[in-house]
Design a protein around this ligand. Structure first.
Ligand SMILES: *Cc1c(COP(=O)(O)O)cnc(C)c1O
Length: 251
């Protein structure tokens, strides 16, 4: 038996798994939209492919999945280069380090995790140098304030709601960036609906000054229904599409 046949069987199995996951997630989105009286066409599904190999992404794209999410530049830039022949919109959803911003600006269509002025400036410079326009979202912290910055806790990032308008204005003022809206991760161990309602409120206030910045990026495998109930226009789903990830060395 040739190695080629072996590979094609494995690919077929993987294709079935990803297709099944994708269909199940689409069904969950449709049900959540029906419950909320919303049109499923309002909700973009980004498949978060972090830790999964480029071969899985080829399978996903062949199934019509073109929005892919990654959370580490070291991994994402290699995949983006390897898959440059494909029609992929890369979403950078992880915490961004300033010294990685120029690299991310070369492949990302959307950066979800801007929460500091210096990151915005670094991404804007990188996009400018790359001759690209990058859509940029402000990540909002929904953690209780006592768990916020300065506690030494690693945290999942995000600006305090009060700091979001100035960050939005800074993005909107950068020629190489387009301000797209807001993103958040639900706090651990708290009611996601209450947290996502805060995000919806932050988004509504911002749109008074930035009417086209309508993206609300919220909801993952465990809580996408709560996010859609609160108006999410984009969900970021990893494990429910691709399967469970091996334990990660880095958070
Ligand atoms: C990994 C990740 C996701 C996807 O999480 P799942 O629980 O696998 O669906 C979404 N958003 C961010 C910021 C992530 O890092």
């Amino acid at each position: 038996m040739s190695g080629g046949e072996q590979t094609s069987t494995e690919e077929q199995i993987r294709r079935e798994q990803i297709l099944r996951g994708w269909r199940a997630v689409r069904a969950r989105i449709a049900a959540a939209c029906a419950d909320a009286g919303r049109d499923p066409a309002e909700v973009t599904l980004v498949a978060v492919s972090k830790t999964f190999p480029a071969t899985d992404i080829r399978v996903a794209v062949a199934l019509g999945i073109n929005d892919l999410g990654e959370n580490r530049d070291q991994e994402a830039r290699v995949k983006a280069a390897e898959l440059a022949d494909l029609d992929v919109r890369w979403h950078f959803v992880g915490r961004l380090q300033r010294n990685k911003a120029a690299s991310v600006a070369r492949y990302a269509a959307v950066v979800h995790s801007l929460d500091r002025p210096d990151l915005i400036d670094a991404l804007a410079r990188g996009a400018d140098r790359a001759g690209r326009q990058v859509r940029a979202l402000v990540q909002v912290s929904l953690d209780p304030v006592d768990l916020g910055a300065g506690t030494g806790r690693p945290g999942r990032g995000g600006a305090a709601p009060a700091d979001v308008p100035a960050l939005a204005d800074r993005i909107a003022a950068a020629a190489s960036l387009r301000f797209g809206g807001v993103m958040a991760v639900a706090p651990l161990g708290a009611d996601p609906v209450a947290a996502f309602a805060v995000l919806a409120d932050v988004s509504a206030r911002l749109r008074a000054n930035h009417p086209s910045a309508a993206t609300i990026s919220a909801g993952m495998s465990a809580d996408l229904e709560a996010a859609i109930a609160c108006g999410a226009t984009l969900v970021r789903v990893g494990t429910a599409v691709f399967g469970s990830r091996p334990p990660m060395l880095l958070g």
